[in-house]
Ligand binder design. Sequence first.
Ligand code: ADP
Ligand code: MG
Ligand code: MG
Length: 514
Amino acid sequence: MDDSMYTNYPPGLSPAQQEYLVTATKDWAIQNGLTVRPNPAMLPEGADPNRVLATNAPVTLFPSPFPKVCFEEARALQTVYNELYAAITCNEEWLGKIIEDLVDVDDFVANLWKTHLAVQKEGYVQNLSLGLYRSDYMAHVTPNNAPALKQVEFNTISSSFGGLSALVRSLHTELLTSPPGSPISYPPHPLLQSGVPPENTAVETLSGGLAAAHKAYGPSRSTPDLPLCVLFIVQEGERNVFDHYALSKRLTQFYKIPVFRLASSKILDQTTVSNSNPSRPLIYHPPHSPESAFEVTTVYLRAYYSPDEYKSERDWEARLHMERSGAIKCPSVLNQLAGCKKIQQVLAEPTGPDHLSSFLGNVDPAIVARLRETFAPQYDLSTTGQGRELALSPETAMKHVLKPQREGGGNNIYKSEIPDFLRSMPESDWKGWVLMELINPAANAQNIALRNDGEVLRGSVISELGVYGTILWDKTGKISHNEEGGWLLRTKGKEVNEGGVAAGFSSLDSVLLY
Ligand code: ADP
Ligand code: MG
Ligand code: MG
């Protein structure tokens, strides 16, 4: 792309134009459900955040340019990535070896592993497993200036924003296609004439995965038969509820599947597992209708991915209760563990056993090679070696990020802070972290972000692309549903290290492919 076109993007707005566009965007967001619940800290004292109107999700005013080759490659590889993480989850021995090495330094991983072992001892009664994944990337700028797709991470639990990302695409498309000069439109710019963001089918894909699992569950296993449902497990005080509703609405309206939402703290109060029944169906008892009961085909976790959500033993009990039940889990404990950053580092090891080829034995080696190309260098820190050298020297640390086995944003250590951070803990704990080379996306793009507290920020930005995929497989590795579809662009200020919309670092965006 012509550089001058890039640097003059997005077109300048007069203060009046900007205010007009901000107001129009806020109203569009409310009208169309591109929304989140307001931050309780910003409400009048005593107000109930669940009773107060929604506010716009953090969103950019313009779509961001993104290289078409990278976008297409990410999409092309998604079903292979789905297959990879299903295969890892099926290989309990391989996965277990890596996870068992983390249990003495990471209580959260240890508790998840304990949960798996407890169910394994008793015997799993559900052979199917469902993944709703999001693979995240940046377009890395190589020395010869060609963009290369590099993976930031792969998410196997609570992959969010599929419900809102298509709406951002609609917002930007509406702004792009409004007649010039009409109130809701952009000032002219060559890039804005180049077309509209590509179709975004995230809602269809993710709900399609849940519907496939629901169907594959088969008939009720209760006596007498019970009606079937899908259960969303959610966080108390979740602000990103409209993202969930986009999926549950599609499930109820298009697939005609009853969906219930249950806060993780209520699992043990409102669900039961009948132990006298060998298939251990999970039964949901809706509090608003005590005489009715539903058998849960699929448990979809939008909670329980972070240690701070396990406030007491009761939460671990609830997790075990679901895991040992006959419901299909999205994800299972093992599939959640397969998403550990440590696994991603092991997969990316340039020497030693070729794990990728073993897991993807049925895939064309040329495609496996393309998947491997998306890995950025990552290092183990358990022993003396290259990883420790790179992490401890201030000069090389600057090019890296240090990651623990956590999800949801806000957990990483960056650049100059890495050496001191590592030295502040015993060397025996270092193996709980992985070192990853920083991906360097082009940072000459600019955008304007409308945050959900009304703040408007303009500046140089970095964008992260997520591609959604869903897969349903059984214990033997047989895959019955494997789809790719839908994407997410999150954009943040160039100077911000962290990412994550819910964590407050980035804004939802859409792509203008070039
Ligand atoms: P989480 O599971 O908490 O989202 P991530 O691995 O996605 O963890 O890291 C959080 C954020 O840190 C990312 O959204 C991205 O902005 C930044 N980040 C992580 N890894 C890299 C990397 N290798 N290069 C550049 N930025 C990165
Ligand atoms: Mg993650
Ligand atoms: Mg992430």
